[in-house]
Design a protein around this ligand. Sequence first.
Ligand code: AHR
Length: 499
Amino acid sequence: MRKVTLIMDRDYTVGPIDPRLYGSFIEHLGRAVYGGLYEPDHPLADEEGFRKDVLELVRRLGVTLVRYPGGNFVSGFRWEDSVGPVEQRPKRLDLAWFTTETNRVGLHEFAHWARKAGSSVMYAVNLGTRGPDAARNAVEYANHTGGSYWSDLRRRNGHDAPYGVRLWCLGNEMDGPWQMGHKTAEEYGRLANETAKLMKWTDPAVKTILCGSSSLNMPTFGAWETTALDIAWENVDYVSMHQYHGNSDDYLENFLAKGVETEAFIRSVAAALDYVQGKRHSKKRVDISFDEWNVWYHSHGAPFEKWSEAPHILEDVYNFADALVVGTMMNAILRHADRVKIACLAQLVNVIAPIMTENGGRAWKQTIFYPFFFASNYGRGVSLQVVSETSKYDTKWYSDVPDVDLSAVLDEATGRLTVFAVNRDLKEAIDLQLALPGFGPLTGAKWTALEHSDPYAVNTAEREAVRPVEKQPVSPDNGAVAARLSPMSWNMLVFEKKG
Ligand code: AHR
């Protein structure tokens, strides 16, 4: 039997896990909002038109913050269209997705929904077709107490208290030619800097997120980060990363290895941050906001009616293999909890999402729901350095891919240790052994796994083919095997302090 040995010491930590690593994303795109979180005619709609079944699933996921309202959509968005009496809000053509936006849900409605979901709002401003003036007005509208034009308008629109939105994205994917108002790094750096400056003058409590590269594969990657960061350094708090893994050839060993690119991407952005900080002789810290991450490939090219309202677009139906890749991406984020402080699984409902709905009907959990759900519910505390001895494999794109991908979290208050492990091997089980100097005796308290013989198995409204199974936990004493990880499996092992 092959084995992997995981060596950890409770004093060798990566850093605290920011609860905002369990964020997500809602864009005005397809049925994310209309038919997803909002559907006033649905039998389960609450008094504000929000679907209670969706809210319940979001709460269970433990989503701590939600990025909103885009995405590509935000680069043509006028936030003022989305406030005030609903019947007076304009319908607009959205040039990001070639659909029609009704603005029935806007800033107020979304903030109310987020509160019900137990999440905070991370709001993106338009730096594609707009600029500093619209952005600083949005901050004034959302966050100023009153006694000014925009804050008083908020109060007249029914919300006396400021919303207190803290996190603000300075546009979206401005490095991409597909973006409305695409810019060079120099143009964007200047615009972002001036915009962030006015936003912080309006409300010094706001934190701003500079757009990094929209993927590791962008030709401008690296130069984009260092150029824009160097210009805007003093006025930004985070730089973003976006990454979606596709599966172009159904070559499973290669697909399951894709988490290594997540790791490489995080390391490179951290290096760019260190470089700019050093170049500027700065003591200021800028962290990473990994504010779009997921698997995305099933829905590419799916037809829909141009300029329609809330069509079925980007509705990926995820399979079991996708859930394993999501598990490895989550592991990579946890292993870098010292640099990544915000992360948003993109997206949340219907659009490349862990939650799917039928208009007027059921809501259900996609396969990718589970790795996020367990990380979010159990992965709180400090991330531990994981040193592992594991066999490796090569694919046509990657070399030295660990057969078992790992992360570990310690809850220092209770001494509870949680290990997340993905066995990428398609055919063989691998034994997990733990070497834990300095932990004292531990009891195996829980072992939850996602296993399936068919990597292409999917969940539907009728049948949850991929769901967690509870296995018999074992204490990891004396180098004993803590778990036999099934081929192609995601696992969570929870150990409690003995006695
Ligand atoms: O999440 C879907 C899209 O992916 C977003 O609108 C954009 O930011 C990214 O390219």
